[in-house]
Design a binder for this molecule. Structure first.
Ligand SMILES: *Cc1c(COP(=O)(O)O)cnc(C)c1O
Length: 372
């Protein structure tokens, strides 16, 4: 057998990525929607204890059904595609990530799929649960020697020394998703809403980490001329709400977000304020209260989805006040598994000085009566 030409290897690698997860998880219910979507769109039905919000259908785009359990899988999938067509990942290229989070789990999965070595350089104190997730996806990890803020630079140097490729989701994810040829999360949402009572949602609601997901949805609305509006929910300490509200696009708070996956200490290049109609600041304790509300409705979601639900309640209440019927879609970015010992533990939450109780009462009233 002759050696594989690098272009042929890249094309084959891209096909393999496109095949991955194509038919969704085997346990997806028949109601999960057409098989051409990677993840199901589920309706928060009256049976789940939201009978008060009659007249407005709330849907969850369940990204926890992606093969590595987080919407970061979509971003990393596109980033691999982009690096393959751009000649930055080839046969044998070692791949790195500078996080122990969901990007590392997805990076490990795609690297394994392509037979490439993968290493996550992780901050000290990365929870064991996350490290196990990287291993389970076929990757390795090592603890960074520098302080957490410098782990990114450390990973970059490591990658440079061995001719490797660093997955830099804050720098690259938004453009990679925009240029990737596959249907986006927004394409899937509109496809899955066809045939529903209100197939064009009034609002689509998501959090922003890299900004790629909100940018993808915002671009879709313009490309296809859809009248839906886009809301971003933003946790405490994040730069996104002040940046959006002030029009200052290099705003920095310098403070880390406490809601995993969303909110940033500074505006990232993938955050596109011009496509966002509304940014809703959400208290961290309210995010946790809303996550608990989802759990008691039988919906497995992480804290960032709680943040999104809080924003959705606000918007649905406004629709109802205006006598409007319609639908609202929120992005469920991941499930609760990675947070079982932290955000899902009442003791852990209390030890951080967070008190969800007053917000839980607000949510309960909203779920029962639809008023806010
Ligand atoms: C990353 C993340 C988001 C936000 O997605 P971006 O495209 O990075 O803005 C939302 N929810 C969860 C759980 C995430 O991990």
């Amino acid at each position: 057998m002759g050696e594989t030409h690098p272009h042929v290897w890249a094309a084959d690698a891209i096909r393999r990525i496109q095949e991955d997860g194509r038919y969704g998880p085997p346990e997806a219910p028949a109601s999960a929607g057409p098989r051409e979507a990677l993840t199901p769109l589920r309706r928060l039905s009256a049976a789940e204890g939201f009978e008060g919000v009659e007249g407005v259908d709330i849907y969850l785009k369940d990204e926890s059904a992606l093969p590595t359990g987080s919407l970061k899988y979509r971003l990393v999938r596109a980033m691999f595609g982009e690096a393959l067509t751009g000649g930055r990942i080839g046969e044998g290229t070692p791949v790195f990530a500078a996080t122990g989070g969901a990007v590392a789990a997805a990076g490990a999965r795609f690297a394994k799929l392509l037979g490439l070595p993968f290493t996550a350089v992780v901050p000290a104190k990365t929870p064991a649960r996350l490290l196990e997730r990287i291993e389970a996806a076929g990757g390795q990890w090592q603890v960074g020697e520098r302080p957490p803020a410098a782990v990114q630079q450390e990973a970059r140097e490591l990658a440079d020394r061995c001719g490797g490729h660093l997955l830099d989701h804050f720098a690259d994810a938004e453009r990679a998703v925009a240029g990737w040829g596959e249907p986006t999360i927004a394409d899937e949402i509109f496809h899955q809403l066809r045939g529903e009572p209100h197939p064009v949602p009034e609002w689509i609601v998501t959090g922003a980490g890299t900004g790629a997901t909100s940018a993808t949805i915002g671009r879709h609305l313009r490309y296809h001329g859809r009248p839906s509006r886009l809301a971003v929910v933003d946790p405490e300490n994040s730069a996104y709400f002040p940046a959006w509200a002030s029009g200052c696009d290099d705003y920095a708070t310098g403070m880390p977000s406490r809601i995993p996956g969303i909110g940033r200490p500074r505006t990232e290049p993938g955050f596109l304020p011009s496509v966002i109609d509304l940014v809703i600041p959400v208290p961290d304790a309210a995010s946790i209260a809303a996550m608990r509300r989802l759990h008691s409705a039988g919906i497995d979601a992480g804290p960032a989805t709680g943040t999104a639900l809080w924003g959705v309640c606000h918007l649905v209440a406004r629709m109802r006040e205006a006598g409007k019927r319609g639908s609202v879609v929120l992005v469920l970015g991941d499930a609760s598994e990675p947070y079982r010992d932290t955000y899902c533990s009442a003791e852990w939450v209390r030890a951080r000085g967070l008190d969800p109780a007053p917000y839980e009462a607000d949510l309960e009233r909203f779920a029962r009566t639809g008023t806010w």
